[in-house]
Design a protein around this ligand. Structure first.
Ligand code: URA
Length: 240
């Protein structure tokens, strides 16, 4: 079945009042949005570096249609926090609450992230800029797909360039892969300081993973101490 036929089929089911169908973890509406969405642009077409100042890049992202996720989102989730922050935190992708509010990390995982940052004297109000590998919510919170990451990466690269943080903290496997270029388990990557284009970068478990597995608490605590020490050593003056 091609994409148009699938979209027509799903639309007719919806009009007839037929309930959700199980497409992995997708609801009927999510499957329909996916089928209606335009296919991702061919590899290479979307990955050129972006130029432009912060506002231009933000405006471009808010209108972005580079990949299929544009078809299913409520809002593009560009960032939160201080664009002049000392620390950039990179997560994976917006979830349901983020898609609704347009802000990253506002659900349960976000509340935990704020607490973790506060434990080392950091906050999105003064010292932290927060963004994600993907700016739009994947349907059913599935993992980001490689072509979606490729299409979205120029935004993240430019955000980091423009914020010019002293330190980067990547939370979760997808952000860690972006920073390190390595596709291995997070437990094997954490505890080290990487160099992301001249900026010291650390990786740790995603707060959502920590909520599911409290056994990682000590590791995250250690990572936060390493983060704090790294920031104290890089020592730009002011906020956090
Ligand atoms: N998880 C993420 O990785 N990012 C968010 O913005 C929310 C949850």
């Amino acid at each position: 079945m091609d994409r148009e036929t699938l979209a027509r089929y799903l639309s007719q089911r919806k009009e007839l009042g037929e309930g959700d169908i199980v497409f992995s973890r997708l609801s009927g509406d999510e499957a329909l949005a996916l089928a209606r969405a335009r296919p991702a642009a061919p590899a290479g077409e979307t990955s050129a570096p972006l130029s432009g100042d912060y506002e231009e890049v933000r405006r471009t992202a808010l209108a972005c249609e580079r990949c299929r996720l544009a078809g299913g989102r409520t809002q593009v989730v560009f960032s939160d926090g201080n664009p002049r922050g000392r620390l950039v935190v990179i997560g994976e992708a917006p979830g349901m609450h983020e898609d609704r509010t347009g802000l990253p990390f506002v659900g349960r995982a976000g509340k935990l992230l704020d607490l973790l940052l506060a434990s080392v004297g950091l906050s999105r109000k003064d010292s932290v800029y927060i963004c994600n590998v993907l700016k739009c919510r994947p349907p059913g919170n599935r993992n980001p797909m490689p072509d979606e990451i490729e299409a979205c990466t120029p935004y993240l690269e430019r955000q980091i360039e423009l914020v010019a943080p002293e330190v980067i903290l990547a939370v979760g496997g997808f952000a860690a892969q972006f920073i390190t270029g390595r596709q291995v388990a997070l437990g094997k990557l954490r505890g080290e300081i990487y160099d992301y284009r001249g900026v010291p970068a650390l990786v740790t478990y995603h707060p959502a993973a920590l909520l599911r597995n409290r056994g990682w608490t000590q590791a995250v605590w250690d990572d936060l101490q390493l983060l704090r020490n790294t920031m104290d050593r890089t020592g730009r003056s002011g906020g956090g």
